[in-house]
Design a protein around this ligand. Structure first.
Ligand SMILES: *Cc1c(COP(=O)(O)O)cnc(C)c1O
Length: 371
């Protein structure tokens, strides 16, 4: 699904040097590399505060802690997504309120969000799934009207641009109150281990997030609130500093691969290529198709027989996960998500796909679908 080795080889000397320099400096934690990466990411995103942290799940958790959400408060998110969002909501004693998604963009449906609001609702967490932004304008409007916080889960969409109807644009993750991301190796901006970050334009939240990430302390050994220990280490920051200047070209390479797939599958009666959301660019963390009238398991087997990986993101929506079973929800409650899980299939998507590989993948795929 990804080819991290080829990507690394292109920058091997540069990255090795940066990593060795951190090792020689012995500034392994909170060293100058972390500070520099923070500043460089702030510049790239055009956001006031970046708070580097240990991973994207911690980033979500700290975002909810910083907003002062209390046990029993309701947080609205999509049922069709990676588990991290609902996980931290549940861990903090908050109540995940799930809503269905748009069948074409796979993203949080604003109308459903509006319908799910109760007096206990405190926040909305749109997940910018697969690489493009949710309908932020509609979500912000609902949030403003109902006095709710918005946390953008940008783990899959770093670098995507969102354009408002007035023509203004902003980077994914800098639109709501807080944005979160992950630098897990296979993400669009990946390090060589775990990493994450939180973004905000709000000075007060920025201060609070820095304190929470550091055991709730501003002055060493004086703890003003309960925090966590969540740090990006200096080696990861050094790697990310080398890769951040490449992010736009990485995302362009992903778009090129996506355009090849689009063209190969165009107009096919059994294949729906991914829809581009109106207001967002797409950075193709995943290239996710829908297939109908095809034995999907046999298709995946056929691809595997040809050494082509393919994945189902995601096979089970949150309301049907064992750990998140809830008397409020039943099978059948979210028909779009429940139909998507039977149709979606994600193809290899990364920065190093060659035309030969893309040709081989699309031909194998079509051979099976057309048989
Ligand atoms: C990867 C991912 C996360 C979690 O990131 P980690 O760094 O693995 O903790 C959260 N949300 C989404 C949508 C993701 O894809």
């Amino acid at each position: 699904m990804v080819d991290l080795v080829s990507q690394y080889q292109k920058m091997e000397a540069e990255i090795n040097e940066a990593v060795i320099n951190v090792i020689k400096s012995s500034a392994y934690i909170n060293g100058p590399e972390v500070k520099s990466f923070q500043k460089e990411l702030e510049n790239y995103l055009d956001v006031k505060h970046v708070i580097p942290c240990a991973n994207g799940t911690d980033a979500l958790q700290m975002a909810m802690m910083a907003l002062g959400l209390k046990p029993g408060d309701e947080v609205i998110t999509a049922t069709f997504t990676f588990v991290a969002t609902a996980e931290v909501i549940a861990l903090l004693g908050l109540v995940p309120v799930l809503v269905d998604v748009d069948p074409d963009t796979f993203m949080l449906n604003p109308e459903q969000v509006a319908n799910a609001i109760t007096p206990k609702t405190k926040a909305i967490v749109p997940v910018h799934l697969f690489g493009q932004c949710a309908d932020m304008e509609a979500i912000l409007e609902i949030a403003t009207k109902n006095n709710l916080f918005v946390i953008e889960d940008t783990a899959q969409a770093i670098g995507a641009d969102y354009t408002f109807s007035n023509g203004q644009s902003a980077k994914a993750g800098t639109i709501g109150d807080i944005g979160t991301t992950s630098f897990f190796p296979s993400k669009n901006l990946g390090c060589f281990g775990d990493g994450g970050a939180i973004f905000t334009n709000n000075d007060e939240l920025g201060d609070k997030l820095r304190v929470i990430a550091n055991h709730g302390m501003k002055v060493r050994y004086y703890h003003d609130e309960i925090g966590v220990n969540s740090r990006l280490d200096s080696i990861q920051a050094a790697v990310l500093r080398k890769k951040l200047p490449q992010l736009d070209s990485y995302n362009a390479a992903r778009n090129k691969a996506a355009a090849f797939y689009d063209e190969a599958f165009k107009g096919h009666s059994k294949i729906t290529t991914p829809k581009r959301a109106d207001q967002s660019s797409h950075v193709f963390h995943q290239y996710t198709l829908k297939v109908t009238g095809v034995d999907r398991d046999a298709l995946i087997q056929h691809l595997q027989d040809n050494e082509i990986p393919a994945m189902i993101y995601y096979p089970v929506p949150l309301h049907m996960q064992k750990a998140y079973t809830d008397e409020r929800y039943n099978v059948g409650d979210f028909p779009i998500a429940e139909s998507l899980i039977t149709q979606v299939i994600s193809l290899p998507m990364h920065t190093e796909l060659t035309e030969n590989q893309l040709q081989f993948i699309t031909r194998s795929f079509l051979t099976f679908v057309n048989q």
